[in-house]
Design a protein around this ligand. Structure first.
Ligand SMILES: *[C@@H]1O[C@H](CO)[C@@H](O)[C@H](O)[C@H]1NC(C)=O
Length: 217
């Protein structure tokens, strides 16, 4: 009989333990979820803050990693900060661009590829002042590919960066372009006439000029 009394007591005891365990488990899961949520919030917060504070800088830094050296000039201010316009070491600086004169003669398409590999494109001439700057660095013994081509040979000249081919920004030599087979433009100095553009067969090995946007820091 005594045993029978004990049994329900034990049963009650076990039930209480189970209930306690269950409520503790519930408490723990709630705590874990809270911790989980808080960590998520914390991580998201950190990422957002990081992106806002360092995102711009890190993009710039990854850009800078590409080049072994940069030459920068102070170019005014942005708020209280100084703005630096930078070009990779051997590149020349003019306006908001950097220029590089190739050291090897290649076909037009290969020259453009070469520029693209350097984060640039074949030079696009937007003003006479820009051309006047560039020619100071060229050798009158050679022609240099521009980022200007007529892919169909129908006189529909196109700049490599999609800049419109404007009527008033065309500095061809007299009577050039003169052949539907000459679908790529060079800049070349001809005696007495000086520097101007000439169309040539694209599969000609020529030097070339790459242009890229300055890196602003
Ligand atoms: C131009 O190129 C020629 C031929 O390679 C060279 O002899 C001459 O020194 C160069 N001129 C300049 C100004 O670099």
């Amino acid at each position: 009989m005594e045993g029978l009394h004990i049994m329900p007591q034990e049963g009650q005891h076990q039930g209480r333990e189970k209930a306690e365990w269950r409520s503790q488990a519930r408490l723990w899961s709630v705590a874990m979820i809270c911790i989980g949520l808080l960590s998520t919030c914390f991580i998201v917060g950190c990422v957002v803050t990081y992106q806002l504070t360092y995102g711009k800088t890190s993009t710039k830094l990854s850009q800078l990693h590409t080049y072994s050296s940069l030459t920068c000039f102070s170019e005014g201010t942005r708020g209280a900060e100084k703005v630096w316009g930078c070009c990779p070491g051997p590149w020349m600086s003019f306006g908001s661009s950097c220029y590089f004169i190739s050291t090897e003669r290649k076909f037009w398409a290969k020259s453009e590829k070469n520029c693209i590999a350097l984060g640039a494109h074949l030079v696009v001439i937007n003003t006479k002042a820009e051309q006047n700057f560039i020619i100071q660095h060229l050798n009158t013994s050679f022609a240099y590919f521009l980022g200007l081509s007529d892919p169909q040979g129908n006189g529909d000249w196109q700049w490599s960066d999609k800049t419109p081919y404007k009527e008033n920004i065309r500095f061809w030599h007299n009577n050039e372009p003169n052949s539907p087979d000459e679908r790529c433009a060079t800049i070349v100095s001809w005696e007495k006439r000086g520097w101007a553009w000439n169309d040539v067969v694209c599969e000609t090995n020529e030097y070339s000029i790459c242009e890229m946007n300055k890196i602003y820091l």
